[in-house]
Design a protein around this ligand. Sequence first.
Ligand code: GMT
Length: 378
Amino acid sequence: MKIGITCYPTYGGSGVVATELGIELAARGHQVHFITYQQPFRLTGREEGIFFHEVAVTSYPLFQYPPYDLALASRMAEVAEFYGLDLLHVHYAIPHSVSALLARQMLAVRGIRLPFITTLHGTDITLVGQDPGYLPITKFGIEESDGVTSISADLKETTVRSFGVQKEIEVIRNFVNCDVYKPDDEKRRALRPRYAKPDEKILIHLSNFRRVKRVGDVVEVFARVVREVPSRLMLIGDGPDRSIAESLALRYGIQDRIHFLGKQDSVQDLLLLGDLMLMPSEMESFGLAALEGMACRVPCIATRVGGVPELVEDGVNGLLFAVGDVKAMAAGAIEILSNEPRQQAMAAAARKTAQDKFCTSRIIPMYERYYEQVLNEV
Ligand code: GMT
């Protein structure tokens, strides 16, 4: 198939999923065209079967807000016609589904068919999509899509409940390439001394440091853990709440125990160094960072929100807590990190969950089948 993919190309879960999906589809022989305002950050530009089409947004003094959505629609239609795309697959409903809808209409008047599928990722439904300014257009974009998928059952339920959409939504959960995200003893032995002493444990947090991630809770938990267990914290990523983490680290006097690593491209090489991941988010429609950690044999302390329980099984491959209960999260972390057999059992269970339920070989064919289904229906 020839598939056009649009996503937010910067650091963020939906962009990561879209990019990894494109890479996997291309590896399975499909031709994949990314139509985005910049090359998705996990692409090198040299992958076989993958093409990148930049959306240039022209500015003009009259425009206080250059109309990106229109430039995107226009580029989608151009690329689809030039390369004979079979379908468009847009990630994150706002504004991508509406741009795709326009592109479909632009081509339809000339007798060219361009169905599009929208994948819902989370904040497009739970946060941004709830804004009264965006809700009606988001609902419209979803209902007009030729196919809609959701990255968790919980997000599907939330979409139906809060938007009242009638459209059938297919649940296709997020995935991880277990051959790339995997434990590697040799790398672990070589790299760990850079970040921790031999007797210290490593806790990891990976996110875009937005408010919803509760990065402050990560530091609050770690401040309690480090009093009981010799340990270090690796913070991977960057964003608006990084300074909250920094000021809390200073307040607790634990700044020299925390590695602020900023945005990283190959997170797998860092994740495999961890003993425990912290994901205390206010909301996660799935929690891709936890899955990537689990594939690297890192169990997760997480919050019981959104789609997280579809991934983290309390007491088996991680522990689940109420949002903001940093004391309980710290106690859970200390319990795991102080009991080597328990930590190892959870680490093994985490890897097994990733392999058995969420590996690419299981999930990518679901997307392929869904593409076929939508193409047959339109
Ligand atoms: O979490 C974010 O702030 C980014 C957001 C995105 O769309 O890039 O993440 C959402 O999509 C991810 C990939 O499907 C999910 O794993 C995240 O759980 C989801 N984030 C939230 O629901 C807050």
